[in-house]
Design a protein around this ligand. Structure first.
Ligand code: C2E
Ligand code: MG
Ligand code: MG
Ligand code: MG
Length: 277
């Protein structure tokens, strides 16, 4: 099976394949095919300035449409892509496509919006990303301060020294760095002052119950305060209710993202959103 389906890639993958089920091997093969045949597209989810209610940017979220299996969500293929190294090609495409999109919006004279791109743990420890970003900035002539990269704490923790070095270089280029999904991993507070980050994205789990649980409200109030006292901005993820907005606004939370403001949408739909804002 392996030989027949992976052909020339057999040697390259043989180590990775040792502990994989046939199902996973099939998916890896599909992924390789997806990269070669461009089966990915990007969605954009609005990020809102909570105090002014203005649209301030978008998070870029990848989707994969397999010709037979349909749309496959990122959680189903990003981990596999990371394990096999296919993530390098995938995220290279994401970064390039997102920056080209931003360039296109700039040329159409749309208002300036920040573009926030997820970077996997594997890439944040490999120096190649620095040149990739530098080349893309050169090619698109975009200003670096309108671009933000999102990394998770778990990803950074895997190799703290290597990722710190790369994050510092990226930050020195003027690109902003967001710590994503804060609250789901170890959420060690020491990382907040150690990492060269600009913004902390509070995971949906933190936000979910703030309109019904006093303790959750207390925690979020003080987390926001702590983050801001460290001179970082704070964004609340997964906002679905108007009550949550009222509470977060009251606690001075800087930014918000969630289905209440808008689900991730195609570039065409996002353009309508920009123009109606
Ligand atoms: P994330 O970076 O934390 O992205 C936010 C996820 O929460 C997105 O799921 C988004 O659709 C979802 N979401 C946003 N607002 C709400 C809400 O109000 N309620 C609920 N229930 N969900 C909400 P999605 O698009 O399925 O992405 C899942 C994860 O996949 C992302 O989590 C990110 O870690 C990863 N991912 C997506 N695109 C990329 C990529 O290009 N590269 C990498 N490395 N990871 C990516
Ligand atoms: Mg993210
Ligand atoms: Mg997140
Ligand atoms: Mg998340």
């Amino acid at each position: 099976f392996v030989k027949k389906h992976l052909k020339g890639n057999y040697c390259f993958y043989s180590l990775e394949l040792q502990n994989k089920s046939l199902e996973q091997i099939k998916m890896i093969n599909y992924l390789r095919h997806a990269i070669d045949h461009n089966e990915f597209y990007l969605l954009y989810q609005p990020i809102i300035d909570l105090q002014s209610s203005n649209l301030m940017g978008a998070e870029v979220l990848i989707r994969w449409v397999h010709p037979k299996l349909g749309v496959i969500p990122p959680m189903k293929f990003i981990p596999l892509a990371e394990e096999t190294g296919l993530i390098y090609d995938i995220e290279k495409w994401v970064l390039k496509t997102a920056l080209m999109q931003k360039k296109d919006w700039q040329e159409k004279k749309y208002p300036n919006l920040k573009i926030s791109i997820n970077i996997s743990g594997k890439r944040i420890t490999s120096a190649g990303i620095i040149n990739e970003i530098r080349d893309l900035l050169h090619e698109t002539r975009l200003k670096s301060d309108e671009i933000q990269l999102e990394v998770t704490e778990t990803a950074v923790m895997k190799d703290l020294d290597a990722s710190m070095k790369i994050l510092n270089e990226i930050k020195n280029m003027g690109i902003q760095i967001a710590l994503d999904d804060f609250g789901t991993g170890y959420s060690s507070l020491t990382y907040l002052k150690k990492l060269p980050i600009d913004i902390v994205k509070l995971d949906r789990e933190f936000i979910k119950n703030i309109s019904i649980e006093n303790n959750d409200r207390l925690i979020i109030e003080h987390i926001i305060k702590l983050i801001q006292e460290l001179n970082l901005k704070v964004l609340a993820e997964g906002i679905e209710l108007q009550e949550q907005v009222a509470i977060l606004k009251n606690y001075n939370c800087d930014y918000g993202q969630g289905y209440l403001f808008g689900k991730p949408v195609t570039k065409e739909e996002f353009e309508k959103l920009i123009l109606s804002n």
